[in-house]
Design a protein around this ligand. Structure first.
Ligand code: UT7
Length: 323
């Protein structure tokens, strides 16, 4: 028998305020046409004043718990992928733990920027396979609107706020790729590229800082590295793009999503796309897309789902899940 980390519930939360591209046309030199054609983004959600990353995470977690029919104290651990925790410390995960009323287990954050959710899922899988936890809540939650330079048109039109959550539970499988649960993972990072996507603030500057990005450079790496990591993960279990029911990619740019799917030999009909409605929500984008994909009736139990993401670091990776 082989232990597997099986998906038991999924949920998401988006802040109420929806900001269409047209709102930027009034403030900076840009156009709805430019934003749509270069990124695929049509609108995004922004958190209300005072609404924090942990607030969004709590709402997404409650939705996932309801979907799984579980209570907070049924969980052993919470892992939160975020780069926009409410405070430098404590972690967003412990704030969410308190907000949910969970009084047992442990909680911690994972910071791998836009790739954070695949890093968090891989950590959760490791905790389950090692017997350290039986049920793990994995959350991606972000408020990137807090780190936007509103005068930098190359970045401020691209990002949004939101949260998604997934509950994984230990279950015995047979060891075959027909098992439900996480079947393979692949993680990578290369700090040589730390300067092409970063925030220019933090403990060393005494400021929160703003996101800075060399978009074209990141784009080039994304197209190459995303298909590569997805292939590597699939290779580990002897599967190919033909076996994939759904790619659920990090939602940064529709052109990157299409380019990656093409390189994997997977048609766009088998890709969950939410970037038009959410913008780039960094570590929240994959769990948001998983939850919306399930809600739309796209992702069904037994489907082979491949998630892949890249972000600041650079850090990138993928996770193959039998849903
Ligand atoms: O989630 C983490 C990973 N992040 C990503 O994956 C993002 C990767 N990069 C991208 O998605 C794309 O590079 C962007 C959407 C950021 C930009 O698309 P691009 O096709 O690479 O455009 P560009 O940066 O080369 O800019 C083209 C032109 C420039 O003008 P010039 O120099 O050609 O005259 C920019 O100044 O578009 C201009 N531009 C804009 N124009 C109108 C940049 N931002 C805007 C804007 N509105 N908002």
């Amino acid at each position: 028998m082989t232990l597997r980390a099986v998906v038991k519930g999924v949920g998401h939360y988006l802040p109420e305020r929806v900001v269409p591209n047209s709102e930027f046309e009034e403030k900076i030199e840009t156009s709805d046409e430019w934003i749509r054609s270069r990124s695929g983004i049509e609108r995004r959600h922004f958190a209300a004043e005072g609404q924090t990353t942990s607030d969004l995470g709590i709402r997404a977690a409650q939705a996932a718990l309801a979907d799984a029919g579980l209570q907070p104290n049924d969980l052993d651990a919470i892992i939160v992928a975020t780069s926009t925790a409410d405070l430098t410390f404590p972690s967003a995960a412990t704030m969410i733990q308190a907000g949910l009323g969970m009084t047992r287990g442990f909680a911690f954050d994972v910071q791998a920027v836009c790739a954070g959710f695949v890093f968090a899922l891989t950590n959760a899988n490791g905790l389950i396979l090692s017997g350290s936890a039986k049920r793990v809540l994995v959350i991606g939650a972000e408020t990137f609107s807090r780190i936007m330079d509103w005068e930098d048109r190359g970045t401020c039109v691209l990002f949004g706020d939101g949260a998604g959550a997934l509950i994984l539970e230990a279950e015995e499988g047979t060891g075959s790729t027909d098992d439900r649960g996480i079947l393979a993972t692949d993680l990578n990072s290369d700090g040589q590229y730390r300067d092409i996507l970063y925030v220019d603030g933090g403990v060393s500057t005494g400021t929160t800082g703003y996101l800075r990005m060399q978009g074209k450079e990141v784009f080039r790496h994304a197209i190459e590295k995303l298909a590569q990591t997805a292939h590597t993960a699939l290779d580990k279990i002897g599967l190919t793009g033909d076996d994939v029911d759904w790619i659920v990619p990090h939602q940064a740019n529709l052109r990157i999503i299409k380019g990656t799917a093409q390189r994997m030999g997977v048609p766009m009909e088998r890709v969950v796309v939410t970037v038009q409605d959410h913008g780039n929500t960094s570590a929240a984008s994959i769990p948001l897309a998983l939850s919306v994909g399930k809600e739309r009736g796209q992702i069904k139990q037994g489907d082979l789902v491949v998630t892949e993401a890249i972000g600041g670091g650079l850090a990138w990776g993928s996770v193959v899940i039998r849903w």
